[in-house]
Design a protein around this ligand. Structure first.
Ligand code: CTP
Length: 417
């Protein structure tokens, strides 16, 4: 099990859960899953895809869930007079959406934003901050195919929690990765996801996050920038929205989808980022500087395209505003400033110096080898340093997991202030 949370045993009590079931052989386990969730006190509704209904009977699911099973977004023919809003109210009703098994086809539909059945529509109408857990289960070769992996990455970037399938014997008779976890394990994942979102201290707080690189124009076709992909800042934004915070993400030029429930403002240069961020300085509760802001910009932008007429050219670079530092010194009591420190040598000492010089409450020290940590990659190794030098070293984690740990630390500071 991904160790991203410690589940609370009572997390399912009185919770409304939608189980989305797609057409995979693992669907035969779902009546048992529904029963288990009901036993733990949850109210369960089933959204069954057309192909899902080939693998598991609607009658079994209706019996164990003690409720109607949903397929189409249209009411059944015999109920033509009934309300045609269930596709919205069901999504609003749910505390979590669990898609198990999730097939390659449904992953593609969800990633593309289709609303062609009840399951896909609930994915869209689910309230921001409510967890979506996706349990892909399919043939091993299908699972590793670029299309499936691309769709999973899209859903993950939108804040869905993707649980890797298990390895073992598959329906094809071959061994590989593709098996859906057993109902008990799925229930534990749901409990874990609901344990964190429910009592979060970030719920309702306004969090502003800068992410990605900035571009500093040389002329109309060239710029100075860096290798930042924005993945860390986007992961923090998605995780914070998942905890119920109102998140504004100020993003430099990146190639990432906006996480679910996040308001995103795109900018290009450090000066633009400072200008937009400044609009939130007074109103936000927490400011997190995750952007790799270019420290310098060309003093003047050359109009048009610079010709290569000269054997050498010289630029004057001028210092950019330090957005995080500006916030650190303007923040009022009750506001928190959180930053990153990208260091090569003397990491802890330099990070602590940044914390003090920018008047931060927390700094996340990292380094960038562009293989395991820092720019571009999917993992990061953070050392969290608080005021007074209180230090927590985290292992190498996925950026999503590192984001959750960072938010745990921020929640801890909120608890103490
Ligand atoms: N930061 C910022 N504005 C800048 C530069 C940095 O808001 N103009 C923020 C970053 O988002 C990060 C933190 O400050 O949270 C530290 O960034 P880093 O690049 O590690 O350090 P710098 O302050 O730029 O200092 P140096 O490059 O000298 O290490």
């Amino acid at each position: 099990m991904n160790n991203y949370l410690t589940p609370s045993r009572r997390a399912l009590k009185d919770k409304n859960i939608i189980i989305g079931i797609c057409g995979g052989i693992a669907a035969y386990k779902t009546p048992q899953l529904v029963r288990l969730l009901k036993k733990k006190g949850a109210d369960v509704r089933v959204a069954l895809t057309e192909s899902g209904s080939r693998f598991v009977s609607e009658l079994s699911l209706a019996t164990v869930s003690q409720a109607q099973v949903y397929r189409s977004i249209f009411p059944p023919a015999e109920n033509t007079g009934s309300d045609f809003t269930t596709h919205i109210t069901l999504g609003e009703w749910a505390d979590a959406l669990v898609i198990a098994p999730a097939t390659a086809n449904t992953l593609a539909r969800l990633a593309a934003g289709f609303c062609d059945d009840m399951l896909a529509t609930c994915f869209i109408t689910l309230r921001p901050g409510k967890p979506v857990l996706v349990f892909p289960a399919m043939d091993g070769q299908m699972y590793i195919s670029p299309s499936v992996q691309r769709n999973l990455a899209t859903l993950k970037a939108q804040g869905a929690i993707i649980i890797e399938p298990e390895s073992g014997e598959l329906a094809s008779g071959q061994c590989g990765t593709g098996r859906m976890p057993e109902p008990e394990a799925i229930a534990a994942y749901i409990e874990a996801a609901l344990s964190v979102t429910h009592p979060s201290l970030l719920r309702g707080r306004s969090i502003v996050i800068t992410a990605g690189p900035t571009r500093e124009k040389i002329d109309d076709v060239r710029f100075i920038s860096n290798y930042s992909s924005g993945k860390m800042g986007f992961a923090i934004a998605g995780a914070a929205a998942g905890r119920g915070a109102n998140v504004t993400l100020i993003a430099g030029p990146v190639n990432l989808d906006t996480p679910r429930g996040v308001e995103r403002i795109d900018v290009e240069s450090a000066v633009q980022m400072r200008e937009v961020a400044g609009n939130f300085f007074r109103s936000c509760d927490i400011f997190i500087g995750a952007a790799a802001v270019a420290d310098y910009r060309p003093a003047a932008v050359i109009p048009g395209k610079l010709k290569k007429n000269n054997p050498e050219i010289q630029f004057t670079l001028v210092k950019n505003p330090d957005i995080l530092s500006d916030f650190g010194f303007q923040k009022q009591a009750g506001q928190l400033a959180v930053g990153f420190a990208l260091e090569q040598d003397n990491g802890p000492a330099n990070a602590l110096k940044k914390l003090e010089e920018k008047n931060l409450d927390l700094v996340a020290l990292n380094f960038s080898d562009r293989k395991t940590s820092g720019f571009e990659v999917d993992t990061n190794m953070l050392t969290l340093i608080e005021r007074g030098g209180i230090t927590t070293e985290l292992p190498l984690l996925s950026k999503e997991e590192a984001a959750r740990k960072l938010l745990d630390a921020i929640e801890n500071i909120c608890r103490q202030t």
